[in-house]
Unconditional design. Structure first.
Lengths: 294, 349
């Protein structure tokens, strides 16, 4: 059998590029889960909101890109805080299924709002990434995916460093490992919850802007969130490393099946992977083994 | 329990409908259901059938989620399996109506047990996500197994035949759909007077204690999945006969979320809740249509048709969120509260 290695390499690179964005969004998901134990199924819709706010600032109000991106991120952060305060805080102490359902409701609300304000049609974000094709050896990589990947890498590194050394990050990790102990050490746990949602919403916002500039934005963008769900289950719900590895891996699997078997098999491959991982290692690759088994 | 209805025997204590008042109102309701088709127009009959189908499926999901505590986002996939089974049987062999419905139910049941298998290993939200995967895979089968399912264009179902009569409009279908739904509700209500139903509740409340009490988790969790997806399959069969067309797009993930929302809005672990929740969730979008139609939107340059769908999506999400925050026990609890006021009148609760 004769395999075109350069082609395989090119497709793998494209897959890793998308995988970087999965990893970034997965990071936002894991951050919320670690701090607040909420499985946020609305992560794809938060991505979408970020992209649309950027769209409103840049295309709608005509702001320059360097102003529109920070502006959009600020609004995303405020939005995250609002969601946490109005929807997640009242669900404290309820069963995890209830807070899960709240995020299901949230995703529906967000889709509705986007369709109401911007209609369901596909829109294009203004170009802000360089458009010169990238060549690595004989392989071509789409510049948007290439730069998107590096933005993801940069942001993930920043977030990891910040949460390693900044006081707030330490507070977040302390809360994640033991809420009661963190509380008694004087950490303001409700504020940590807020912080987690704000940061996650901002990360999702960046991911949304990049994803939107690659493939355009529409009210169906939230479908991206389904793949992210697979990513975090694959890597383990509460593992940052898992989200990163899982993101790259799922991106790779999707790109390879999409090319070698057919585009419509992509989602099938992703979810078959999900079923496999649930049967073999339900807590994911790097997740805590906390699932009760009977 | 109401004041002044002391139970004198065990039979009275375990009765499904325990007071004369309740029985009277049920008879009144049944008579009203019988008279309804003669006074209502086609639109309302259509809605009534739709509500009945949704009630059937929601009560199935309530057995699984509300009573056994296993969250499933695959209900629409099971409905789809039932609908496709019924459609294929009806088109290829023209087998009798009731037999098709049962077959649809059984096919969905087998699939449900297959999907239920991970429930032994993973719980709660992991399970919900596993059932999303089941929905995605079912959708893929519907749209790619073209020789059997007709691919993305789907199947057109000929009208059902019962005693030589073609059930081709809402009026005739009403007389089939509503009694079948009624039977299924009665079955669900009776289920929780048996060992099986009580075992489900025990598993929901604490699965480890349930197992210590001698309830085989494997057995009963799978049984709960089986019963729930059987209900979904029969509801899907009714769906196929009602809309007379089955396509892969008829059973999206949103539909599973709709049923879960109906269970939450109606009240988890309550048969009455399934009825109220499904009816409420089906009728609110229609109510919104009326409301949006009344509003003077054109005067402000709006387009009612364009606004309706996003507003429905927003209201759908808002209902889930608001009910969870302000009334986690759902409409059934509201109903109970109203009833209590009447029972205790003139005293206050």
């Amino acid at each position: 059998m004769n395999i075109d290695w350069w082609l395989l390499f090119e497709i793998s690179l494209a897959g890793l590029g998308t995988g970087g964005l999965y990893a970034l969004t997965g990071l936002a998901f894991v951050m919320i889960y670690k701090a607040t134990r909420v499985v946020n199924i609305a992560i794809g819709e938060m991505l979408m909101i970020g992209a649309y706010i950027f769209f409103a600032f840049s295309a709608g109000m005509g702001l320059p890109i360097w102003l529109a991106i920070p502006g959009a991120l600020l609004v995303c952060g405020a939005f995250g805080a609002l969601v946490e305060r109005t929807m997640i805080r009242p669900m404290l102490g309820e069963s995890p299924i209830s807070s899960f359902m709240v995020t299901v409701g949230l995703s529906s609300i967000l889709v509705g709002v986007v369709e109401l304000v911007w209609t369901a049609d596909q829109q294009r974000l203004p170009e802000f990434l360089p458009t010169k094709p990238i060549e690595i050896g004989q392989a071509f990589v789409s510049p948007k995916i290439f730069y998107g990947f590096w933005i993801a890498v940069l942001l993930i590194t920043t977030v990891l460093l910040v949460f390693r050394f900044w006081r707030g990050g330490v507070a977040l990790r302390a809360t994640a490992s033991d809420q009661a102990a963190a509380y008694s050490m004087g950490i303001n746990v409700p504020r940590v919850f807020s912080l987690a949602w704000v940061v996650a919403a901002m990360i999702a916002g960046v991911a949304g802007i990049v994803v939107g500039s690659i493939g355009g934005i529409s009210s169906a963008m939230g479908i991206f969130g389904l793949s992210v769900l697979v990513v975090v289950i694959f890597g383990g719900l509460d593992s940052v490393l898992g989200a990163l590895v899982g993101g790259l891996f799922v991106g790779l699997v999707e790109a390879l099946t999409g090319f070698y078997i057919g585009g419509e098999y992509k989602i099938l491959a992703t979810f078959t992977l999900l079923v496999l991982i649930l049967v073999v290692r339900p807590y994911g690759l790097f997740g805590t083994h906390e699932i009760e088994r009977l | 329990m109401r004041i002044g209805s002391a139970k004198e025997s065990y039979a009275a204590d375990t009765a499904l409908f325990d007071s004369p008042t309740q029985r009277t109102w049920l008879v009144v309701f049944a008579v009203a259901l019988c008279l309804f088709p003669f006074v209502a127009d086609d639109y309302w009959l259509y809605l009534a059938c739709l509500v009945a189908i949704n009630v059937a499926s929601t009560s199935g999901l309530n057995i699984l989620t509300g009573y056994t505590g296993l969250v499933s986002l695959g209900q629409s996939a099971f409905m789809g399996l039932g609908a496709y089974t019924v459609a294929i049987l009806q088109i290829r062999w023209g087998t009798p109506f009731l037999l098709n419905l049962l077959a649809g139910g059984f096919v969905a049941m087998l699939a449900g047990m297959l999907v239920g298998l991970p429930s032994l290993r993973v719980k709660g939200l992991y399970l919900a996500i596993a059932t999303i995967a089941a929905g995605v895979i079912a959708h893929f089968l519907f749209s790619h197994f073209t020789s059997l399912t007709g691919g993305s264009s789907g199947l057109t179902v000929p009208p059902a035949k019962l005693f030589g009569l073609e059930l081709d409009d809402s009026f005739k279908l009403y007389w089939v759909i509503v009694p079948i739904t009624g039977l299924m509700l009665l079955g669900a209500a009776n289920l929780f007077r048996t060992r099986i139903g009580r075992a489900f509740i025990a598993i929901r409340d604490r699965d480890i204690s349930a197992e210590v009490l001698g309830i085989s988790l494997l057995h009963y969790k799978l049984m709960s999945f089986a019963i729930s997806s059987f209900y979904a399959g029969v509801a899907g069969g009714l769906f196929a006969y009602f809309f007379r067309a089955v396509t892969p797009e008829s059973f999206p993930l949103v539909m599973s979320i709709f049923f879960l929302a109906a269970v939450i809005v109606g009240g988890m672990g309550s048969i009455l809740g399934s009825v109220l929740g499904a009816a409420f969730m089906t009728l609110v979008p229609e109510l919104l249509k009326l409301l949006v139609g009344w509003l003077p939107l054109e005067a402000f340059g709006g387009n009612a048709a364009l606004i309706l769908s996003p507003v429905r999506t927003i209201v759908f999400g808002l209902m889930i969120v608001l009910f969870l925050i302000f009334e986690p026990l759902g409409l059934a609890e509201m109903w109970r509260r109203v009833r209590r006021v009447f029972h205790l009148w003139p005293f206050r609760t």
